[in-house]
Design a protein. Structure first.
Length: 379
């Protein structure tokens, strides 16, 4: 099957969760024997076209360059479709996208909409207010038209798609590359460069430091544990590298993605301390795919995260990790102390975490399920 995968606002390769997602999905489908043409964003001097991991990547741009104008890439996507002659189109949904759906309509091809963020407006949404002020609600009408034209959708939870489309929506979480993220990537040398004391337990956070990622909760927990010389906190991501103050640890700043398997495997505990109250869109449900959790688990780290569905289904309390209440720094500190004090518990949770992510949350498993949807709508 020939697949045209339109993700025009994502840069591949890149450091964001979106760019990793697009790369893994594209090469995962290619590994299953499909011809994949992926449309991604171009920043010079990156080539307009190249083959990587069995995928032909086509890089496009538009003017003005803001992603609000992504729909203006339609003519370039149409030219790529003319060259690739796809059997099916898959578009990564964005409010101001739709170029893949448009090209599929003109070529009478089935289209799969990949939904990673809400299509519907959350309570109190500024976008909803602006739309209603325009009376005819053009934004809502546009995105609902895109949904109606899609033969199927995939989404991490059904609550973020319009009610009329849920019957054709496949619930599909993200995953981890379990070949790259492995416990064997652990590096004593890397721990040494961080300044980790001999025998200390390394607690790791990976993320972009957005307010709702809960870095402030982990920092507060770390300050509560500052008297423990056997705990060392590593924060991978954020604006810059510097030593921690108020507790034992280090901020690494932004890192190249290719270094992350070794970084994650060199820790002992992974933490995903989300604070959903700081992101109003999460009132619809926890739609944000917990990338960090999957990679912690693939690296055999016991994971500590909040008591919120679907996180509690991914990391089960007492089986692959531990839970605490969102925003509760004291509860997080207690969970970290429990793991720090019991090496056998850490090892057992980590081994089960690796097994669970390989069986249920790998990119290979994701692409297997995605393939079944694509084959169904293309038949």
């Amino acid at each position: 099957m020939r697949v045209l995968y339109v993700a025009s606002d994502q840069r591949v390769p890149g450091r964001t969760g979106g760019s990793v997602h697009v790369l893994e999905v594209a090469r995962g489908l290619a590994a299953r024997g499909h011809q994949v043409h992926a449309v991604v964003h171009r920043d010079p001097p990156a080539p307009e076209q190249e083959e990587r991991a069995g995928v032909v990547f086509h890089r496009v741009s538009w003017w003005p360059p803001h992603r609000f104008f992504r729909f203006r890439a339609r003519s370039r996507v149409a030219a790529i479709a003319q060259q690739a002659r796809p059997d099916v189109v898959m578009e990564r949904y964005y409010n101001f996208g739709g170029e893949g759906v448009s090209v599929a309509r003109s070529r009478r091809l089935p289209v799969l909409l990949e939904v990673n963020a809400p299509i519907i407006d959350h309570p109190g949404s500024l976008k909803r207010l602006v739309d209603r002020l325009m009376v005819v609600q053009p934004l809502r009408r546009r995105r609902e038209r895109l949904v109606r034209e899609a033969a199927a959708l995939v989404a991490p939870i059904p609550e973020i798609v319009p009610g009329f489309a849920r019957s054709k929506t496949e619930v599909l979480p993200w995953g981890a590359n379990v070949e790259l993220f492995r416990p064997e990537r652990r590096s004593p040398a890397r721990r040494s460069t961080w300044g980790v004391p001999d025998g200390a337990v390394v607690v790791l956070f990976v993320g972009s430091f957005r307010p709702w990622h809960g870095v402030h909760v982990l920092e507060a927990a770390a300050r509560r544990l500052r008297s423990r010389a056997d705990l060392f906190f590593i924060f991978a991501g954020g604006p810059r590298s510097h030593p921690a103050t108020g507790f034992q640890g280090r901020y690494l700043g932004a890192l190249p993605y290719e270094t992350m398997p070794e970084v994650v495997a060199s820790a002992d505990i992974g933490v995903a301390p989300y604070d959903p109250a700081r992101l109003r869109q999460l009132r619809l449900g926890f739609f944000w795919s917990p990338f960090k959790l999957f990679e912690y688990m693939a690296s055999s780290l016991p994971s500590v995260t909040i008591r919120r569905d679907p996180l509690t289904e991914i990391v089960r309390d007492g089986q692959e990790g531990l839970h605490f209440e969102a925003g509760d720094a004291e509860g997080l500190a207690r969970a970290l102390e429990r793991l720090a004090d019991h090496e056998a518990l850490r090892r057992g949770l980590g081994e089960r975490a690796r097994q669970r992510v390989v069986e249920r949350y790998s990119w290979a498993r994701h692409c297997e399920r995605l393939e079944s949807v694509l084959l169904r709508i293309a038949s």
